[in-house]
Design a protein around this ligand. Sequence first.
Ligand SMILES: [Mg+2]
Length: 259
Amino acid sequence: MESSFDPWSPPALRLVCLDIDDTLINCTAALRRTLHALTGRGDMWPLWDLITEEHVALVVAGKIEYASMHERRTECFLAELGVVVDAAEVLSFERRRRELLSRSWRLFDDVLPCLDWLRAAGVLLAAITNASGAHQRAKIADLGLAPYFDHVAIAGELGVAKPDPVIFTSVCLALDCALTATVHVGDKLDTDAVGARDAGLGAVWLDRDDTGLATPDGVHLISGLAELPELLVSEFATIGVPAPRTQRDPLVRARDRVS
Ligand SMILES: [Mg+2]
C-alpha cells in the first residue's frame, strides 16, 4: 500500500507576498520625473537611489528611527548637491516631492493580470513594503490594489524593514502560513529576494531591467510578472487551478472603478 507522504512532491503554496515599489508600481519613473522637476536635472535618480539604500540600511541596523529617515535622506541628498538648508526647508522640499509623486504613480501593465491570476488560484496575497505608512497606504488604495491583499505590511508602521527576517515572518504569522508555504516576489535582489530566502521563504527576484546580474542560489529569476504563474505552477504543483472570474467579483468591480 502506498504511503500518502511523498518526499519528492513540491511544497504547497498558500501565500504570495509582493513588494510594492518598482514591483507593482513604476516608482522609479515617477521619482525620476519628480526629481527632474524639483532640481531641473535629469540625472539625479542614481544619487537618490543610493542615498535611499544607505538610509534604509541605517534603519535596519537600528541606527536611526524610521520616522526620521525621510527628512534625513532629503537633507543628505541636498547636501550632496551642495545645497545647505535648514529643517523647515528640508520639510518643504519633502512636501513638494510627495505632492508631485502622488500625481505620477502608475501600475506596470503586467500587474493586474498577475494579481487576478493569483486570486483565482486561491492563494493568499500580502504586500510587504519598505515605505512609510500613510502615503504608501494611500498609493495602494488610489491605484486599486487594496482589495487584492489579505494583509499589508509596511516598514514604517512596523519599525522593521526588509531584509530583516522579522518583517517576513510577521506576515506569515498574521496569515497563519508556514514560511515554507510562502513566496516573496520583489525587484531588489538583496532586500527582497535574498532577504526572503534567508528568512526561509521561497524567493523570486523580479529583474524588470534584465540586468544580467548573477542570480544567487535559492533565488528564482523572472523579468516580468507575466512569468510568475508558470514559475509558481512549476515549483509549487499544489497551487490551485484558476477559475473563470465574473463581473460580480468585488476585485473586478474595484479595478473597473479605477481604470
Ligand atoms: Mg521595490
